[in-house]
Write a protein that binds this ligand. Structure first.
Ligand code: ADP
Ligand code: ZN
Length: 221
């Protein structure tokens, strides 16, 4: 059965971590526009330089460019059985343009407190080569326990041996701007997909080992 999934939610909520773990289970690709933009930025191209400046300011990349890149990606062969979108769409305009290109089966809205988001994002580490995500924070608030996601060897990616880095846009100032951008431009998508009957809330209650089975159950897998 074809499964086209969107992960919605504020930056740092865990969309990328969940999407990357679900991808091999569901055998559909994990598509992160943020990862695609970072790869382009790392290439040093003219476009990459522009993307780098936009991203490090916490602002969004223009809709037309983002949709063009995304549409091209989902037309590839490996998307025939579906895909998991992480970080797209981020505006109503993007969602409307996506609707013209394909149909979506479910939108998973990841919910997490703002205070925890900031804690998690400042403690996030990313593999500079493959993008795999780690986290050094050990968060315990009431019943919520989010254990750290550590690599076997400090500073080194388990998957590919690449160096782990702290993203330039994962500093407190930029994070606050990204959260504002989210509230203003992306949060309206919650209503948009609720009206279409596609939205399911994923209330984060622990680390990915607890949440992945829950998500699989929610989508009937
Ligand atoms: P996070 O991991 O915090 O969710 P992402 O890696 O998804 O962040 O995105 C990083 C940056 O890339 C964003 O702050 C934004 O500048 C840009 N970006 C990613 N996806 C989109 C999109 N769909 N539309 C516009 N800009 C985007
Ligand atoms: Zn890696």
């Amino acid at each position: 059965m074809i499964m086209r999934i969107i992960f919605l939610g504020p930056p740092g909520a865990g969309k990328g971590t969940y999407a990357s773990r679900l991808s091999p289970i569901l055998k559909i690709p994990h598509i992160s526009t943020g990862d695609m933009f970072r790869a382009e930025a790392a290439s040093g191209s003219e476009l990459g330089k522009k993307l780098h400046d936009i991203m490090t300011s916490g602002a969004l990349v223009p809709d037309e460019l983002t949709v063009e890149i995304l549409k091209e990606r989902i037309q590839k062969d490996d998307c025939k059985e579906g895909f998991i979108l992480d970080g797209f769409p981020r505006t109503i305009k993007q969602a409307e343009m996506l609707d013209q290109a394909t149909s979506i089966d479910v939108v998973l809205n990841v919910k997490l407190d703002q205070e925890i988001l900031i804690k998690k994002m400042t403690a996030r580490r990313v593999c500079k080569d493959c993008g795999n995500i780690y986290n050094i924070a050990d968060i315990r608030i009431g019943d919520l326990h989010m254990p750290p996601l550590l690599p076997e060897k400090e500073g080194v990616c388990d998957k590919c041996g690449g160096n782990l880095i702290h993203r330039k846009d994962d500093t407190k100032e930029v994070i606050e701007d990204r959260l504002k951008e989210y509230e203003k431009k992306t949060a309206p998508l919650i209503d948009y997909y609720t009206k279409k009957g596609l939205l399911k809330d994923v209330v984060v209650a622990g680390g990915p080992d607890m949440m992945i089975p829950r998500i699989l159950e929610m989508i009937g897998k």
